[in-house]
Design a binder for this molecule. Structure first.
Ligand SMILES: Cc1cc2nc3c(=O)[nH]c(=O)nc-3n(C[C@H](O)[C@H](O)[C@H](O)COP(=O)(O)O)c2cc1C
Length: 356
């Protein structure tokens, strides 16, 4: 096995150069949100987002859903993020207009680029709180929420929704929702192109069983050309993204961007037409080492960060050893950031390894 163990100061310098090169090329206003990574609870935390940003400068990154209750009453800082994550959108879960307005204001003060309201999550817990997908049946309340948030922030207030819930799955049900919510000032919708069953299916099943109907989203764009419409659900490749972008303003990718994160490395050139060379995985891993060091210095653990990186080398020889080394060792109390380099030494990218 080839041994690769650069000096820490060299890694640090390289990481600084890397990050400078990878500052987002576009401001949020210029950005036009053609490609985003979906909000995913427990997955798209700030560590994943930092990592994702190293892979793509332009991708819009969504936080996990953060409930208004957590922000207002919770212990800890639920709005924490790294400045390098921009453009970054906060997804809120809630349905109390004044609480949402309060949280949107806090988020705006903290520098988030967009506030998104979750109208797509079907979990029981979320329904008990009267938010998420069940709000599709209450468009007037969603409109009030949007209006309340818009009245206190200058940021875009956007909505992520499904195409329907339960038996309420007609095109007219969806357009009534869009009519009422857009009249309150929401100009930007992301449509998860399947309906949600509010009882009988788990959230996971609700991401798999109801069939995808992309045409519904395309039809919305045709009928509301003035609105920004992105589609989400089941998208796995850049080619599929490009296909959807023939009909729509944006695509949002969830599971694939998490499980196979190197997909993000083609987004800048293939979706945004950015001429910067595609980043290589090795440089990304090196740039993560000082990040993990800082996280450790703040009392964190190595695996808080590395758990999001397991899929980075998917498809390459040695990918399994990369995953196994991180899975077996990163949670140990004495694990060090250099574990990333140890794990990477298992991965065969022959040409690159020869250089070192
Ligand atoms: C682990 C996990 C957590 C999720 N958490 C959220 C969430 O917090 N808010 C939300 O709107 N959707 C959430 N979703 C749904 C995704 O945002 C997305 O709509 C769904 O996965 C379909 O897109 P995909 O097929 O590209 O994964 C979650 C999905 C997964 C897999």
């Amino acid at each position: 096995m080839l041994c690769y163990n650069p000096a820490p100061e060299m890694l640090f310098n390289r990481a600084v150069v890397f990050l400078n090169k990878h500052r987002c090329a576009l401001s949020y206003a210029e950005h036009n949100c053609r490609f985003s990574v979906a909000p995913m609870l427990d997955w798209t935390d700030r560590h994943y987002r930092y990592f994702a940003r190293l892979l793509s400068r332009n991708t819009l990154l969504y936080t996990e859903m953060v409930t208004t209750g957590a922000i207002i009453h919770g212990r800890g800082d639920f709005l924490e993020y790294n400045q390098q994550e921009h453009p970054v959108a906060l997804q809120l879960g809630g349905s109390n207009p004044s609480e949402l307005a309060h949280c949107a204001k806090l988020a705006s003060e903290r520098g988030y680029d967009e506030i998104n309201l979750n109208v797509g999550c079907p979990s029981d817990r979320v329904q008990n709180g009267r938010f998420g997908a069940c709000l599709m049946a209450e468009p007037e309340l969603v409109a009030e929420c949007v209006d309340a948030m818009k009245s206190v922030v200058d940021l875009p207030v956007t909505v992520k929704t499904r195409i329907g819930i339960d038996e309420q799955d007609s095109y007219e049900f969806l357009t009534r929702f869009i009519d009422i919510v857009s009249a309150a000032g929401c100009q930007d919708f992301t449509i998860h192109a399947r309906k949600a069953w509010l009882s009988g299916l788990s959230p996971k099943e609700n991401r798999e069983i109801p069939p995808l109907d992309y045409d519904r989203a395309y039809q919305i764009k045709r009928d509301y050309p003035q609105l920004t419409i992105a589609v989400n659900g089941g998208i796995k490749t850049i080619e599929e993204c490009q296909g959807h972008l023939q009909h729509l303003d944006g695509v949002m990718v969830g599971r694939e961007a998490y499980q196979n994160p190197y997909l993000l490395a083609s987004v800048d050139s293939e979706i945004y037409g950015d001429s910067t060379p595609t980043v290589d995985r090795r440089a990304v891993v090196e740039a993560m080492v000082p990040y993990v060091e800082r996280h450790l210095a703040n009392g964190g653990r190595v695996n808080h960060v590395t758990r999001h990186m397991l899929g980075l080398f998917n498809g390459l020889p040695g990918a399994r050893n990369w995953r196994r080394t991180l899975s077996e060792k990163a949670h140990l109390k004495d694990a060090q950031p250099q574990l990333l380099l140890e794990a990477m030494a298992h991965v065969g990218e022959p040409k690159e390894l020869e250089l070192n």
